[in-house]
Design a protein around this ligand. Structure first.
Ligand code: RP5
Length: 193
């Protein structure tokens, strides 16, 4: 299992490698603790539904054009990892980061947005009590945020950013949207059966 120092070294060497965009992850999903995983699972579900592959080793990218990576990065337990993650995010090829944290000091999304600026960061408050922390950024330090727990929507928003440049992501987003729309019709029809 890699240590925090190993992870930092890997992030830095991936940034220095300047790999072609087709082989780097497009979306980064990070969370403050493994206890956030149940809430952040929605982000993975949305990215999977959109056809993004999980990339675990940047030197060995998965099949398919679009991928995401995931890390647990604690703003308080591993501030050095947070700094390395956010500072290398753009150079490692990411287009957008989805960052979730909970508790009253949910600093990970905000600090990631500050350090990775101008890369867009979408914050997910993991619980109700973390909403104020995640949306409470000062003027000039932007973050986009979803409501507490809405990591699925955060990943869709990340894909919407990518869709501006990639028609295939746009197409899949629209398909998924239509599937959900038809699902509402099916539920209504079932009421009358
Ligand atoms: C935050 O503290 C994490 O994002 C998590 O939501 C919360 C509690 O973390 P654990 O004590 O469960 O690791 O930083």
């Amino acid at each position: 299992m890699p240590s925090v120092t190993d992870l930092i070294e890997r992030l830095e060497s991936d940034a220095a490698a300047a790999r072609p965009k087709e082989s780097t992850p497009d979306v980064g999903v990070i969370m403050g603790s493994d206890s956030d995983l149940d809430t952040m699972q929605g982000a993975f579900d949305a990215l999977d539904a959109l056809g993004f592959a999980e990339q675990t080793d940047h030197a060995d990218p998965p099949e398919g054009r679009f991928s995401y990576e995931s890390y647990v990065v604690s703003a308080h337990r591993t501030p050095d990892l947070l700094y390395a993650y956010a500072e290398t995010a753009e150079a490692r090829g990411l287009d957008v980061v989805v960052a979730g944290a909970g508790g009253k000091s949910a600093d990970l999304p905000n600090m990631t947005a500050s350090i990775a600026f101008p890369l867009p960061v979408i914050g997910v408050p993991v619980q109700e009590k973390s909403v104020d922390s995640v949306i409470g950024m000062p003027t000039g330090a932007p973050i986009t945020a979803v409501d507490a727990g809405k990591s699925y929507n955060a990943a869709l928003s990340a894909a919407q950013i990518l869709a501006r440049e990639h028609p295939e992501v746009r197409e899949r987003l629209v398909e998924l949207h239509d599937e959900r729309r038809e699902g509402v019709g099916d539920v209504s029809a079932a009421l009358h059966d």
